[in-house]
Design a protein around this ligand. Sequence first.
Ligand SMILES: C[S@@+](CC[C@H](N)C(=O)[O-])C[C@H]1O[C@@H](n2cnc3c(N)ncnc32)[C@H](O)[C@@H]1O
Length: 234
Amino acid sequence: MTDDLQAFYGRWATLYDRIARFPGVGTWRAAAADSLALEPGDTVVEMGCGTGANFPYLRERVGTEGRVIGIDLTVGMLAVAARRIAANDWENVHLLRADAAHPPIPGLIEDAGSNLNEVGAVDAVLASFVSGMFAEPGPVIERWCSLLAPGGRICLFDAARSTDQRALPLDLAFRAFVVASTPPTWKIRYDEPPWQPLETRVETAHDAVKRRCTTHSTDRYALGFVRLVRGTVG
Ligand SMILES: C[S@@+](CC[C@H](N)C(=O)[O-])C[C@H]1O[C@@H](n2cnc3c(N)ncnc32)[C@H](O)[C@@H]1O
């Protein structure tokens, strides 16, 4: 993740958190959490957790005896997530500042602030609106799947351009949103418009889940702008 991107997300963390919790977005977050088939006591890792907008849905499903671990690189996003954890007294929701492309698990986590000592078996991995940020998502997804024991679940959900004919009028708005959320946001002309690599990366990541998992399924929301893939590793 580039310094530019970290600075961008750090600067806009509070606004991002408001948008990330719009009511409609909550429906997708709940669907993603459901697709992980979490049981009380499970450990779920969220890659690129941002401000922790998925935490309520994950925490509700793993219960007090389970564990939610959020990994992110951006200090400002993690600060908002930490405030959410503290405000809710969630003792079993932990944050790690680390590169999700090379997650520092399984193993011992030396993080005095998080009370998190050892991360062993991981039951599920979630990543929302993150896959499109990796230049080479294929190997990243492979690493995430390798954290899971047989029967472990993974879910990605991401925004990309829609192929639904009904979405054509909204496509321009979507492109504008991608430009506004891709630093440097002031550029007028791009060698390659930012929605193109986004789309390729999202497709590559979702294909990697389908290849790696013994069972998988997909869903689309918001006229096809939001794509979800879930899978179970064999
Ligand atoms: C669009 S936000 C999504 C946040 C959250 N998953 C959500 O659904 O609201 C992308 C997040 O991914 C994080 N991120 C991007 N690349 C990362 C990496 N290599 N390692 C850790 N975090 C990363 C950013 O810091 C940012 O918080």
